[in-house]
Design a protein around this ligand. Structure first.
Ligand SMILES: Cc1cc2nc3c(=O)[nH]c(=O)nc-3n(C[C@H](O)[C@H](O)[C@H](O)COP(=O)(O)OP(=O)(O)OC[C@H]3O[C@@H](n4cnc5c(N)ncnc54)[C@H](O)[C@@H]3O)c2cc1C
Length: 531
């Protein structure tokens, strides 16, 4: 049985960072186990390929949520990357750190060492970014953050309409202060996706002391008493084990809690009915899961070309040539181009709503639909930044290949519904505000028949969807429901086992979750190496 110093489970957004940092000295023996295969799929590299990868079964765990009691009992498709780079290889490219307030809240909740001033050095260490304040932005890290190469005329009009409604233009929403409207910054290099594989894993694989074992489904963490000693995985139909001095779980917010549960770590009331022997009772494993829930409003467009007409026939061919020659145009664009952060009611200290804009429309259909319309259109989206609604991830079987139950409990809390209601009305106002209104033929989704609060909420329940940001299912903290110790990132009560991925966020960060996960992994690597 092979033995390494560090075993990393999952080569996703966090796992790639750990693989790079823990092997950096050339001496530590590091192994990574990843269930997916190489990131060779052509559409992973091309930003507009999002639509081709997001639900692609070859790259995906293929999850869906349990019926949502507050969203008309609907199940929602719930993509998670199963490929080198994990969800970081199929995500929407947007680089969003969140608010200083988010991390100060973590510190306030008992996570010492995680305030905004504590985490800024790790955000800086991770990125290379031109622009913004030297004190908060990084200049020489592995992750490339680019501005859009060719902002769309409709995005400019959208930003100006936000300004007309009083939302100022924010020169750098990643400074800690998000409020305002802007074009999104993107995780790209020269118009191509710059994934955690490009940034961290591929360079590290050149070292002789890092070994990646892919297409390997980790089935359980192995223990000697209360100490983790490695993991057992299945590859090519055979069961194998690796021993490790330290095991770091980077399976993401769905799989990390499931894997802990399969290993006998969790709520005994959940484990015993599955026939899983309880090794260590930790009731918080899989609980405290939160996700962003977004709703769309769209309109038919005149006076400007949208992405819809460019995505067929000869026009598409022209786009392919442009992309190949200049790395510009439709194919260089991520799904969301512009957006904003606003307060939906007076009295809030910071924004509670994130806005998205795409110069494209999707057949007058709900969030998560990726089929482009055939007529020119544009789509506005909104998601509440810090949802109060809390759900869970729960293994339904002792079989590691079985899918867990994912229940985000969208819209369970009144505050979440109120914020979304205000945002939906705001999006309609935007469509009626110049200069954006100059391009509007009419709102076609949900359309003028939706007028009252109850009708708007029905629209939200019937057509909203995930923005793919589950967090919190192995939260760090010091309370009874905490799973991970904030200082060491060790699983409470166990030795040799840490968790470092999106699952340990105690509360949702204000925005897309990749940047925060990347920071968590950078900080965890530092903590491990310092120990
Ligand atoms: C479709 C989509 C769009 C998104 N868009 C954005 C965006 O635009 N901006 C943004 O900031 N965030 C975005 N996100 C979210 C962001 O990508 C995630 O927050 C981030 O990738 C989480 O990192 P992670 O390391 O926790 O998990 P992941 O990146 O999902 O990595 C987990 C890895 O562990 C592997 N794994 C899991 N279980 C096992 C097992 N049992 N055995 C072996 N390997 C295992 C998985 O295959 C995967 O590779 C998006 C996510 C998705 C899915």
């Amino acid at each position: 049985m092979e033995e390494v110093d560090y075993l990393i489970v999952g080569a996703g957004a966090a796992g790639c960072v750990l693989a790079h940092r823990l092997s950096e000295n050339g001496r530590n023996r590091v192994a990574v186990l990843e269930a997916g295969g190489p990131d060779r799929h052509i559409w992973i590299k091309v930003p507009a390929g999002f639509n081709k990868t997001v639900y692609n079964e070859a790259l995906n765990w293929g999850y869906e949520t349990a019926p949502g009691p507050h969203i008309d009992g609907r199940r929602i498709r719930f993509p998670r990357g199963k490929v080198w780079g994990g969800s970081g290889s199929i995500n929407g490219h947007l680089y969003v750190r969140g608010q200083a307030f988010d991390y100060d809240t973590w510190a306030q909740l008992g996570c010492r060492g995680w305030s905004w001033s504590d985490v800024v050095p790790y955000f800086r260490k991770a990125e290379t970014r031109a622009g913004g304040d030297d004190a908060v932005r990084g200049r020489s890290g592995p992750l490339r953050i680019e501005d859009q190469r060719e902002p769309h005329a409709l995005s400019d009009a959208y930003i100006s309409a936000n300004e007309a409604l009083g939302l100022k233009r924010n020169p750098d929403y990643n400074s800690g202060d998000q409020e305002g409207t802007m074009l999104y910054q993107q995780m790209m290099r020269g118009g191509r996706r710059w994934s955690p594989v490009d940034a961290y894993l591929r360079p590290a694989l050149k070292r002789g002391n890092l070994r990646l074992i892919d297409r390997a489904l980790v089935e359980r963490i192995d223990f000697d008493g209360a100490k983790a000693i490695g993991a057992t995985f299945r590859r090519d139909g055979a069961s194998q084990s690796i021993r490790a001095r330290e095991t770091v779980l980077c399976g993401g917010a769905i799989n990390s809690p499931q894997l802990l549960q399969l290993s006998g770590i969790g709520d005994p009331e959940w484990l015993q009915p599955l026939g899983i022997a309880v090794k260590h009772a930790l009731p918080g494993v899989g609980r405290n899961m939160r996700d962003h829930y977004a709703v769309r409003v769209s309109a038919l467009v005149k006076g400007a070309s949208s992405l819809n007409e460019k995505s067929h026939g000869l026009a598409l061919l022209g786009q392919v040539v442009r992309y190949l020659v200049e790395r510009k145009g439709l194919l260089a664009a991520s799904p969301s181009h512009a957006g904003g952060y606003l307060r939906t009611r007076p009295g809030l200290a910071t924004p509670d709503m994130q806005l998205y804009f795409a110069p494209a429309s999707y057949g007058g259909a709900g969030y998560g639909t990726t089929t482009l319309d055939t007529v020119p259109g544009m789509t506005l989206g909104a998601a509440q930044l810090r949802p109060e609604s809390v759900g869970w991830v729960k293994a339904l079987s002792a079989d590691p290949a079985a899918k867990p139950e994912i229940q985000p409990n969208y819209l369970a809390e009144r505050e979440d519904r109120d914020s979304l209601l205000a945002a939906m009305k705001y999006m309609r106002r935007l469509l009626a505000t110049r200069p954006l209104s100059d391009f509007v033929i009419r709102e076609n989704f949900p359309g003028p028949a939706v007028e009252t609060d109850e009708q708007w909420l029905a629209h939200a329940r019937a057509t909203g969807s995930t923005t793919y940001h589950p967090v919190g299912s192995c939260k760090m903290g010091t309370d009874r429901m905490a799973v991970v110790d904030p200082l060491t990132l060790r699983v409470h009560g166990l030795a040799g086992l840490r968790v470092a991925d999106a699952s340990l966020m105690p509360t949702m960060v204000s925005g897309n979750t990749y940047a925060a996960t990347n920071m968590i992994a950078e900080k965890t690597a530092d903590t491990i190496l310092a120990a």
